[in-house]
Design a protein around this ligand. Structure first.
Ligand code: ARG
Length: 483
């Protein structure tokens, strides 16, 4: 098929079939076009691509590399192309290799030879690096806001449950008593680090590669500062070879997403457990549960299972990206085109997961009575007895053995620690008196843990206030970065 037949109508001037047609005599094989094309994937960069081109064109005009009339034509042509792309009316051509050439081809159709001046002093190598950085900056802000939204949902639920005892676990075995608020706040902390990681990565992403050309800049008198100002980048890249081939910022972003997804996955796993009949600590809202095609009674946590499962996808995205980069000599290599699929997938998946997990958190029904029942297992207070002995002068190791033996005796006799009589406790140690019996109260056990970072209701109250302040700060920071 001749390229001309696929062209949409426009001024009848020469539109190159390929930007490199001066060098290569034969038409590119269809199979090669198909194999090398990235248009289907990088089409979504059109907003960033046009933003970058508008800034570049403005700079070319300001330094006098293009005239006013050409600049005006390029500017309005690019805006038309953007409208077409936004409205889904962009006439794509099957020979379009990527979004950059597609836009330039269309611009040519719309405004004629002036379009040929846009790529002055620029390569697709610094262009695509710029587009991806613009995209990452924007999505970093969205991810930060997504984290803040989930943090707020967790904080709201935590605020309701400072006094709700729940067993804390190690090795998935009941360990000691904590509160539901304290448990939920653990995830707020993880998300806080995720936000900080994203914000930190933003600084390194906020560097403009444009002006690095294909790899060695340009001989033309461009002014990179003008483009930097127009696009609002914090810094200019310091080395042209590095600038066109560096994707560290994308790795960092995908890595932040992977860790964020691991946090979501842990949370999802826990709620999956909590909604089992065996735990019975929580019930999913019907709107966020699924049923079975066969078993009429089922209520399944598919949403959470997918959040858990998709963490694997995002970890895979990180591996794909790192592996694509690891053998690349300087500077640009086409392998770099493979950065986009994992990057887009990681960010899309993480954003969607943050949103839906926050919905689940807001609507989850906690069975606080079941939690309290489980947390009232006297064995959870074995450590409290040992520490009670320590407070009365016994070395901790001795106390541990003493209480451990008492537990063993109880277990052997099918009893629990509250079944031991005062005489039996006294028989274990003369440091023990009736005060040991008062230890077995879960609410009191929580109140005994009022230390910074601890599960005591007052400590948790302070943690809630501090977390709320930090989440508000996260939102402010995200808004500031969004400009
Ligand atoms: N589609 C390419 C990419 O994403 C754009 C840069 C192409 N550069 C080149 N020298 N072939 O990496």
């Amino acid at each position: 098929m001749a390229a001309g037949k696929r062209r949409a109508p426009g001024p009848a001037r020469h539109v190159p079939a390929k930007v490199w047609e001066g060098r290569l005599g034969a038409r590119t094989a269809r199979a090669v076009e198909e194999y090398t094309a990235s248009y289907a994937v990088d089409r979504r960069l059109f907003g960033e691509d046009i933003e970058g081109s508008l800034a570049h064109a403005r700079m070319l005009r300001e330094v006098g590399l293009i005239g006013e009339a050409d600049h005006r034509a390029i500017r309005s042509g690019l805006r038309t192309v953007r409208d077409e792309l936004e409205r889904g009316e962009f006439p794509a051509a099957s020979a379009d290799e990527d979004i950059h050439t597609a836009i330039e081809r269309r611009l040519h159709e719309l405004i004629g030879p002036a379009a040929g001046r846009l790529h002055t002093g620029r390569s697709r190598n610094d262009q695509v690096a710029t587009d991806v950085r613009l995209w990452c900056r924007r999505r970093t802000v969205e991810l930060m806001l997504g984290c803040a939204g989930l943090q707020e949902a967790l904080l709201a639920r935590a605020g309701e449950h400072r006094h709700t005892p729940v067993p804390g676990y190690t090795h998935t075995q009941r360990a000691q008593v904590v509160s539901l608020a304290h448990h939920l706040l653990a995830y707020v902390e993880m998300l806080q680090r995720d936000v900080e990681r994203l914000a930190d990565g933003y600084r390194r992403c906020d560097v403009l590669p444009l002006g690095s050309g294909a790899l060695a800049g340009t001989t033309l008198p461009i002014d990179r500062r003008i483009t930097q100002r127009a696009l609002g980048f914090g810094a200019l890249s310091a080395n042209s070879l590095d600038a066109v081939s560096d994707r560290d910022f994308a790795v960092e972003m995908v890595s932040s997403c992977a860790l964020l997804m691991v946090h979501l996955s842990r949370f999802a796993e826990e709620i999956v457990l909590w909604t089992t009949a065996e735990f019975g600590f929580a019930e999913l809202p019907d709107s966020h549960a699924t049923g079975s095609s066969l078993m009429p009674q089922k209520k399944n946590p598919d949403v959470l299972e997918l959040a858990r499962g998709r963490s694997g996808r995002v970890i895979g995205d990180l591996m794909a990206l790192l592996t694509a980069l690891k053998g690349l000599p300087l500077a640009y290599n086409r392998d770099l085109q493979e950065d986009k699929e994992p990057l887009f997938d990681a960010v899309d998946t993480t954003l969607a997961s943050l949103g839906i997990v926050a919905d689940v958190v807001r609507r989850l029904r906690f069975d606080t009575a079941a939690m309290r029942r489980a947390a009232s297992d006297p064995m959870l207070l074995a450590t409290d007895v040992a520490e009670h002995l320590v407070a009365r002068g016994m070395p901790f190791r001795e106390a541990h053995i003493l209480v451990g033996a008492a537990v063993r005796r109880c277990v052997g006799e099918g009893r629990t620690l509250t079944d031991l009589s005062l005489e039996e406790w006294r028989g274990l140690s003369d440091l023990l008196d009736e005060e040991v019996l008062a230890l077995f109260d879960v609410d009191a056990a929580l109140r005994r843990r009022e230390l910074p970072g601890g599960p005591g209701p007052r400590s948790v109250g302070r943690a809630l206030t501090r977390a709320a302040t930090r989440v508000a700060r996260n939102r402010k920071l995200a808004d500031a970065l969004a400009g």
